[in-house]
Design a protein around this ligand. Structure first.
Ligand code: ADP
Ligand code: MG
Length: 406
């Protein structure tokens, strides 16, 4: 599945449209987290160095949906929240040269005076209803005068929008950016040709969110499947245990039993927690204790995996050659219920140090690894939330397929 990348085509002096993911959190014109901007820098810098005329485009939030909601509820709508201008300014700093920014639809005039190595940035694509509708007219407008289309927005590749899919019908040369290439390489290898033993760790709040991922990993005969987080309680309840007030999806209990059977049939070792950190729902602050899962009574809430489980999961990771992790082991946003997640993050980092290729994906999981300060000890931190999960579920991402068809 070798995809053409920006390095495979001649871009010197060409107009190159790069779809990036600059959907960053901005408050009062200040960018609170610029991870995504940094993620796109290798592709942008490469294009600049090659002397391309670089036109950048991204979405930011959901301006039209938010506007409609505000109007319906009679609330104020702050249009200033949806401009990419602060991102253009930040990028100018990183590139050490001014990035011209589209204002009042002046993109054509900005582009017409570009020289090789110049960078211009379009305003938030989602200000036009045509973007999310994948409207061919809007896609054609985006493609106007463009020689090469580059998709570097893996996090948006699961959506068939005008800038991720439609545009590829109007540009002859369409390739992946360097960040996109890295995502497809790591995630693709894990799914198609993983070095073994291959261990997957899944957690998070809901089984229902993750069923396609679990099933896809079992189908690919992952060697071990570790399940923690609130997700485990649906499995326990389905097995007949009392889980107290822990988070459970009752309607998913039959599915949980089915998954256990699927794992058995495929020879996948499915490992669930044996102990957990619980609190008494009447005194959540002072009542934290670690108990065996089997001792849970009706008044208790499980919020993290326990120390024995940490040891069991660590042992399962020992010697792993591929590790895929999605979903925190507990309610990591609330200390001390981050302990299990941090311990597993350390175990994954350690296994990586010993030669495993590790991949962490999912918005909260990545946040947890960052919070633990371990991001640089993981082989690949996936930048896609929903896109990563859809990829791991084995789905074809429209934004990726559009490049393949070329
Ligand atoms: P990701 O974004 O990485 O895919 P999810 O969104 O599936 O992860 O799950 C993350 C959420 O799961 C977090 O908000 C975390 O607090 C919650 N969570 C994990 N374990 C528990 C638990 N035992 N009880 C309640 N919430 C939990
Ligand atoms: Mg999440």
């Amino acid at each position: 599945m070798q995809k053409k990348t920006i390095k495979d085509v001649d871009i010197a002096g060409k107009r190159v449209f790069i779809r990036v993911d600059f959907n960053v959190p901005i408050k009062n014109s200040v960018i609170e987290d610029d991870t995504r901007i940094k993620g796109a820098l290798p592709t942008i810098k490469y294009a600049v160095e090659q002397g391309a005329k670089v036109i950048l485009a991204s979405h930011l939030g959901r301006p039209l949906k938010d506007k409609k909601k505000a109007e319906e509820k009679g609330l104020p709508y702050d249009a200033g929240k949806y401009t990419l201008k602060p991102v253009a300014e930040k990028l100018s700093e990183y590139l050490g040269s001014a990035v011209a920014f589209e204002q009042d639809g002046n993109i054509a005039s900005l582009v017409s005076v570009m020289n090789g190595g110049d960078v211009v940035m379009r305003e938030n694509l989602r200000l036009d209803a045509g973007e999310e509708k994948n409207d061919p007219d809007f896609a054609e407008q985006l493609a106007d005068g463009i020689d090469v289309y580059v998709n570097d927005a893996f996090g948006t590749a699961h959506r068939a929008h005008a800038s991720t899919e439609g545009i590829t019908h109007f540009v002859d040369i369409c390739v992946a950016g360097l960040l996109m290439e890295k995502e497809l390489e790591f995630l693709g290898k894990a799914l198609e040709d993983p070095d073994r033993p291959f261990v997957a760790i899944l957690g998070g709040a809901k089984v229902s969110d993750k069923i396609p991922v679990i099933e896809s990993l079992i189908e690919r005969k992952v060697d071990k499947l570790l399940i923690g987080g609130a997700m485990a309680y649906t499995f326990f309840k389905a097995q007949g245990f009392t889980v107290g007030k822990s988070l459970v999806e009752d309607d998913m209990m039959p599915k949980a039993l089915e998954i256990e059977q699927q794992a058995k049939d495929a020879g996948v070792e499915l490992i669930l927690p044996t102990d957990h950190q619980v609190v008494d729902s009447y005194d959540p602050i002072n009542s934290r204790k670690s108990i065996p899962v089997a001792f849970t009574n009706t008044g208790l809430v499980g919020l993290d995996i326990g120390p024995e489980t940490v040891e069991i999961f660590k042992a399962a990771l020992d010697g792993a050659k591929t590790i895929v992790w999605n979903g925190p082991m507990g309610m990591f946003e609330e200390k001390p219920f981050d302990e299990g997640t941090v311990a597993i993050a350390n175990a994954v980092a350690e296994a990586t140090d010993k030669g495993a290729t590790s991949i962490v994906g999912g918005g909260d999981s990545v946040a947890a690894v960052n919070q633990a300060g371990l991001a640089d000890k993981i082989s690949h931190i996936s930048t896609g939330g929903g896109a990563t999960l859809e990829f791991l579920a084995g789905d074809v991402l429209p934004g990726v397929a559009a490049l393949e068809d070329k």
